[in-house]
Design a protein around this ligand. Structure first.
Ligand code: NAD
Length: 247
């Protein structure tokens, strides 16, 4: 493992432009369940009933009650994986993060350039006037919550059946095409179009480093370097190795 960590450190140090694609796995060590791992969110809630835009329109109160139960999203704090990526950005070694996560933990760790591919569940959007507010600023005493204009508020994460925000989609594609290294961290790489980002980067000539304790769809055919370890362990080790090379 140490050899892989040192190779990753050397690759990051010498890359011209590194971007990271993160998924639910990087927040697992913060106590937020992933979707597809055993005991994950899809074991607790049927996505057809809670995570599609049709389900929201059918019964917004039911989706909001699930959200209220999902207390981990409100209480979670960043872990060493999030802090490590923020530190890499400060060192000038990470251009931006494209995240599939909706938990705001990269920003809470100090990362400045975060592309939220699937929106942010810590914010709400009015389906009538499109006003956006932080979740903390609305009352959840009666559900669903309503905006002053009479429209219903929806969590601002992207539900299945909704389009990816166009600025996030286009910028992610640009970053994938123009980077020469992509770190793919904690994603099962099965939700499209996010799962396509590593392929776009690879076809444009980038190297791919995967950090994930488990085998994924990318492991065999796309990754140049595979670190089968938790993000919260591997990322701090890579940073320590970068600093050791530099000293
Ligand atoms: P996923 O549940 O499909 O896959 C999670 C991956 O993380 C798995 O491959 C797993 O092996 C890996 N993993 C588990 N623990 C890890 C760790 N400690 N370090 C590194 N990797 C670890 O999640 P996904 O690929 O992100 O699926 C995409 C969807 O999940 C997106 O739509 C996203 O919005 C949503 N999601 C987000 C959150 C969040 O915001 N925290 C939580 C659950 C799901």
């Amino acid at each position: 493992m140490q050899d892989l960590i040192e190779r990753a450190a050397q690759t990051i140090r010498t890359a011209r432009k590194t971007v990271a694609l993160t998924g639910a796995g990087i927040s697992a060590e913060s106590g937020i369940p992933t979707f597809r791992d055993p005991g994950g969110l899809w074991d607790r809630y049927d996505p057809e009933e809670y995570a599609t835009i049709e389900a929201f329109h059918r019964d917004p109160g039911k989706v909001w009650r699930m959200m209220k139960d999902f207390t981990e999203l409100k209480t979670a704090l960043p872990n060493p994986g999030h802090f490590g990526l923020a530190h890499l950005e400060q060192l000038g070694l990470l251009h931006c993060i494209i995240t599939q996560n909706v938990d705001n933990l990269h920003q809470a760790a100090g990362s400045r350039d975060v592309i939220e591919f699937h929106g942010n569940m810590r914010q709400v959007v009015c389906l009538s006037c499109r006003k956006m507010l932080p979740l903390e600023e609305i009352s959840l005493e009666t559900l669903p919550p309503y905006c002053g204009c009479g429209g219903v508020f929806k969590p601002a994460g992207v539900f299945f059946g909704e389009p990816i925000p166009s600025h996030a989609l286009y910028r992610s594609q640009d970053e994938a095409q123009s980077c020469d290294l992509i770190l793919v961290i904690g994603t099962s790489a099965v939700v499209y179009p996010a799962a396509d980002i590593p392929r776009v980067a690879k076809e444009a000539g980038a190297q791919v480093i995967e950090i994930n304790p488990k085998h994924t769809d990318l492991t065999d055919w796309l990754a140049d370097l595979i670190i089968q370890e938790k993000a919260g362990i591997a990322i701090p080790q890579i940073i320590a190795a970068i600093k050791a090379i530099a000293s």
